[in-house]
Ligand binder design. Structure first.
Ligand code: ADP
Ligand code: DP6
Length: 321
């Protein structure tokens, strides 16, 4: 009986992916740029068992069924095809942060599954191959195979690392504004935006220039320009969601209060920039030395349930045991 355990960390996109390309296979319509986070981790164990009739999937101690299970089984099927293997697998996964709430659990979840699964099925895959498999399950997961600063170009097969985790000395202060799951998942939310939002074409045509601006600022370690491009990408993506029919409103009153607090902090001379994904939480990028005062400011903001401070993290890896 072969088994392997892997861990992967969530990543936060500064320049967002929101929209699938017409070429299919879950390729992205826009380029994205992200930072892998040390503090949000998935740990997944994949155990092959010839006696199993079908794959068993468990997340945080509960059996996964329906579409969520099928997504995992599709990854296992691809691994079995690559390895010429038939054994079914028992998958046990744990996210140490809220699932399906806008903190990119699908990113760390599928990256950890691919790395554990490829080890359990005895495949010696390269990082690029693991990234491509992860992308097919969830495009943001392609980026969590790598640590530090990562890009996933539009239409690309896999992501790649641009700079290591220590390229910039910063922290991400995450203000959680609800603790439950969101009503509309990222996959269906982006398909709905793509199909109905009159602002979606504008979002897609603006995205490459934003990506280039952010990438240049990152290469030059120009944190304010990077933060500015990140906020623009975030708000343009949310504008396209808000104009969908029916409207996709992931932002809550508390989300806007945190955004306002970040603007005040900037007016007070603190270099802090905010981003939100398909969820109500706000992730604030700050130079490490500013993190304690920004953390205190966000803890004191109405509607903030919890604050987590994370540094940049490493890539997905096989763990002992
Ligand atoms: P999030 O903002 O958390 O990424 P998504 O809607 O993009 O939300 O994805 C959430 C979905 O990802 C879950 O409903 C589940 O299907 C899948 N997922 C999350 N964590 C795991 C995991 N550890 N293993 C397998 N699938 C996972
Ligand atoms: C807003 O990667 O979860 O977090 O490919 O359908 O699984 P699927 O979508 P997913 O979408 C992530 C959207 C985002 C922005 C980002 O991470 O780039």
């Amino acid at each position: 009986m072969s088994s392997a355990t892997a861990s992967a960390r969530s990543n936060i996109a500064l320049v967002k992916y929101w929209g699938k390309s017409g070429s299919g296979d879950n390729r992205t319509a826009v380029p994205s740029l992200s930072l892998t986070l040390a503090a949000l981790t998935t740990r997944t164990r994949v155990e092959l068992d010839a006696a199993l009739v079908e794959d068993e999937v468990e997340l945080d101690g509960t059996a996964v069924t329906g579409k969520a299970r099928e997504r995992v089984v599709r990854v296992l099927d691809e691994l079995r095809t690559l390895g010429g293997k038939r054994e079914r697998a028992r998958v046990r996964s744990h996210n140490d942060f809220p699932t399906a709430s806008g903190l990119a659990s699908s990113a760390s979840g599928f990256a950890a599954l691919v790395v554990a699964g490829s080890a359990a099925y005895g495949l010696g895959l390269s990082s690029a191959e693991q990234s491509a498999l992860s992308r097919r399950a969830s495009a943001s997961a392609a980026r969590s195979i790598f640590g530090g600063w990562t890009e996933l170009l539009a239409e690309a097969e896999s992501a790649s690392e641009l700079f290591p985790a220590d390229h910039l000395d910063l922290k991400v202060v995450i203000a959680l504004t609800t603790l439950g799951p969101k009503a509309v998942g990222s996959t269906s939310g982006m398909l709905q935006t793509q199909a109905t939002s009159p602002y979606y074409p504008a979002w897609v045509s603006e995205a490459p220039a934003l990506f280039e601006r952010a990438k240049r600022a990152l290469a030059e370690r120009d944190f304010p320009s990077l933060g500015q491009a990140m906020e623009e990408s975030t708000l343009m993506m949310h504008a396209s969601m808000l104009a969908a029919r029916p409207a996709l409103v992931y932002l809550r009153a508390a989300t806007l209060d945190v955004l306002e607090r970040v603007r005040q902090l900037r007016a007070d001379g603190i270099s802090a920039y905010a981003t939100m994904d398909a969820g109500p939480h706000v992730k604030v990028f700050v130079p490490s030395r500013e993190a304690p005062s920004v953390e205190a400011a966000l803890r004191g903001t109405t509607g903030v349930e919890k604050v987590v401070v994370s540094g940049p993290g490493g890539g997905a890896r096989v763990e002992a045991g």
